[in-house]
Design a protein around this ligand. Structure first.
Ligand code: ME8
Length: 647
């Protein structure tokens, strides 16, 4: 029988961006569903990729003296590599500069042009250069771009327009009739609110003289295609020519996952483009929430962009995959903090998950030399365990329909608790004391091992490496993918006689001291210094003199210095800035004694937002150099009064 198909997508990310946890979030979320549906027997197509045209790419390429194509060929790899590290199981990776994509964009443009859905007109209006978007006077917010708040420019241009406005009533009906088309509900209402206003036609061209880096319009080579019109088509160009899309079996998509920032382009531009092209709309567009870091917006200028490679190095892939989807209900905004991450590792992963597997394997080793016994003697405690398994499996399946990741994990953890309670209630250590008890013990440990296997299958979409490790320790050679969801529909798949091997703890606890150290480091060093990016999003890492001058560096004289009791690294300083005194916490306690510091003149970042470290406010940061071992304060080889600007 032909398998049912299932197509799921992420946005295609701007190739200029350095991938961060926001991008990873959407991609991991899509990956989890793709993996689950494969386990359920679907023929899954999971697509991600990069958005490679447009002004920002052109400008960045110019700055680095390269052809745009060379530039994007190099940059897109950062996304590909990160997805490999995150075990993302995408079936394809589309790039908008590929010919397979461009030809479908041209095909659609030509079709819409021939059918009168695209027309040319003179346009006068406001243009936001960074966002590459046109706005009308009424759209502007305080005279600036309503989307990003930056300055707009008045533009007079002849351009091509897609007759988007005529589709408004139809689109409103479609949204009303298809409850799942836009999720969550709050976002759906937002779009319905937006569609109460008249809908403008969409400018889909940019004159080549202003912006050559794009797909030329097939009917006028003086223009290139607007980057969004080009990019959205990736979701279907991956399936081939227009005629092939319907036959591919993968369109319409089951889910298109996006962040809330790009909801309008997907639920309005994309929907009307599809309608005009004669293709069905995706079944679901899910706009998830926004991640902040320690309560702050992730920003290149603040330098708090969380760099996923760094997190993977420190905590492992599965921990990050788990945390991102467990911590925040999908659809709501979330805050990333190392503290919350460590909390989840210790409570959910080390205590609950690790504990059930360890206890089970430990007792199998102790009482049965690691060999799984036959379950011959059933008892009162068995049926609640088996019943809970069935309930959880069913509920998890239902929750996948809602993309309720956090609830899915909570549900799986309910079963974990049931497993741990089962062991407590049956008390295998007591059963082991008598011959009769030993027969019952065999059943209890068989069931515990089967519970571990069911859990491994259920968590596999979220934590594929962990699931594989669990299977290995349980002595099961059949890969999770081959066992599939079918294998957990009926209790008792695992075979008696299987030789289990207790291995190292799959999630060791992060001890308090280690946790404290990690937290201290991230507070002092910023969440991920390596990921600092320029405000304008360029990847060359160079800043202008104006950027540099934004940092207000001043000479500061240390008046007082004192160690902070609970911290190995921090020293509390009182510094004189000439016009005022400040309290500054510096991570230099391992290198300097307080008495060595008093009287020195150091360099202070005077316009840094105050931060709280160990409950104390730090009103600035002093500069020091470190090779990882030695820390040496920056200073001057002569005397300067406090408060002098350093540049
Ligand atoms: O918009 N929190 O690409 P993009 C959560 N190329 N998700 C975040 C996030 C955050 N702080 N930051 C980014 C584009 N994302 C276009 C898309 S699609 C045809 C074209 C995720 O690189 C989220 O999925 O700016 C968001 O929608 C996407 O990255 C934006 O990626």
């Amino acid at each position: 029988m032909k398998k049912k198909t299932f197509f799921i997508t992420t946005p295609i990310y701007y190739v200029n961006d350095v991938p961060h946890i926001g991008h990873a979030y959407t991609t991991i979320a899509a990956d989890v569903v793709a993996r689950y549906k494969r386990l359920a027997g679907y023929d899954v197509f999971f697509l991600t990729g990069t958005d490679e045209h447009g002004q920002k790419v052109q400008q960045a390429a110019e700055k680095s003296n390269r052809e745009p194509q060379t530039h994007v060929d190099e940059l897109h790899v950062r996304f590909k590599e990160l997805w490999v590290r995150f075990n993302i199981s995408n079936n394809d990776f589309i790039r908008t500069t590929e010919e397979r994509h461009q030809k479908v964009v041209r095909e659609i443009l030509q079709k819409l042009y021939d059918e009168g859905e695209i027309y040319q007109k003179n346009y006068e209006g406001w243009y936001c250069m960074p966002d590459e978007r046109f706005w009308t006077e009424k759209d502007l917010k305080d005279g600036n771009c309503p989307e990003c708040g930056r300055k707009v420019e008045k533009i007079h241009e002849s351009n091509y327009f897609f007759k988007m406005g005529q589709h408004r009533d139809w689109l409103v009906d479609h949204i009303n009739q298809n409850e799942n088309f836009i999720q969550p509900k709050s976002r759906r209402n937002e779009i319905l609110g937006f569609l109460k206003q008249p809908l403008d036609d969409l400018c889909i061209s940019r004159p080549k003289e202003r912006l050559p880096w794009g797909i030329p319009l097939p009917f006028d080579d003086q223009y290139v295609t607007y980057v969004w019109f080009d990019a959205l088509i990736n979701y279907i160009s991956v399936h081939g020519h227009l005629e092939q899309i319907k036959d591919s079996g993968y369109w319409p998509a089951a889910h298109q996952l996006i962040g809330k920032d790009i909801l309008t382009t997907h639920s309005v531009y994309w929907a009307t483009m599809l309608k005009a092209t004669g293709l069905p709309l995706p079944q679901n567009i899910f706009a998830h929430g926004w991640w902040t870091v320690n309560g702050q917006k992730m920003s290149k200028s603040v330098g708090n962009v969380v760099e996923p490679n760094h997190l993977i190095d420190q905590f492992g892939v599965d921990v990050i995959r788990y945390f991102l989807l467990r911590e925040v209900p999908f659809g709501q905004d979330g805050d990333f903090s190392h503290k919350a991450l460590i909390g989840r590792i210790n409570s959910d992963l080390a205590n609950n998950l690790g504990n059930l597997l360890n206890r089970t394997l430990n007792m199998l080793k102790k009482y049965f030399k690691g060999e799984l016994p036959s379950p011959d003697v059933s008892g009162d405690e068995d049926s609640p365990l088996v019943a809970k398994s069935a309930e959880v499996i069913q509920e998890v399946d239902r929750l996948y329909g809602e993309l309720a990741y956090s609830k899915i994990l909570a549900k799986i953890w309910e079963f974990l608790d049931t497993g741990n309670i089962y062991i407590n209630d049956t008390a295998p250590w007591n059963l082991a004391k008598t011959d009769d008890g030993k027969k019952r013990l065999a059943t209890v440990l068989y069931n515990s091992a089967e519970a571990c296997r069911v859990i491994a299958i259920l968590i596999a979409p979220f934590m594929p490496e962990t699931a594989a490790k669990m299977m290995e320790q349980l002595g099961i050679d059949t890969p999770v993918e081959q066992q599939g969801l079918d294998s957990i529909q009926k209790w008792g798949w695992i075979k008696s006689g299987t030789q289990t091997h207790q291995g190292p703890q799959i999630f060791p606890r992060i001890e308090d001291k280690v946790a404290e150290k990690i937290l201290e480091e991230v507070t002092i060093g910023g969440e991920a210094p390596a990921s600092k990016k320029k405000e304008d999003g360029d990847e060359d890492g160079l800043i202008t003199i104006d950027d540099f001058m934004k940092v207000d560096l001043r000479t500061a004289k240390i008046l007082e210095a004192e160690k902070i009791k609970k911290s190995k690294k921090l020293i509390k300083l009182k510094v004189d800035l000439g016009t005022e005194q400040r309290q500054v916490l510096a991570g230099i306690a391992e290198a300097y004694e307080p008495e060595q510091l008093v009287g020195r003149t150091v360099i202070l970042v005077a316009n840094l937002k105050p931060a709280k470290l160990m409950g104390l406010e730090s009103q600035g940061m002093i500069l020091a150099g470190s090779d990882g071992e030695t820390i040496i304060l920056g200073g001057f080889d002569g005397d300067l009064p406090p408060g002098v600007r350093v540049k």
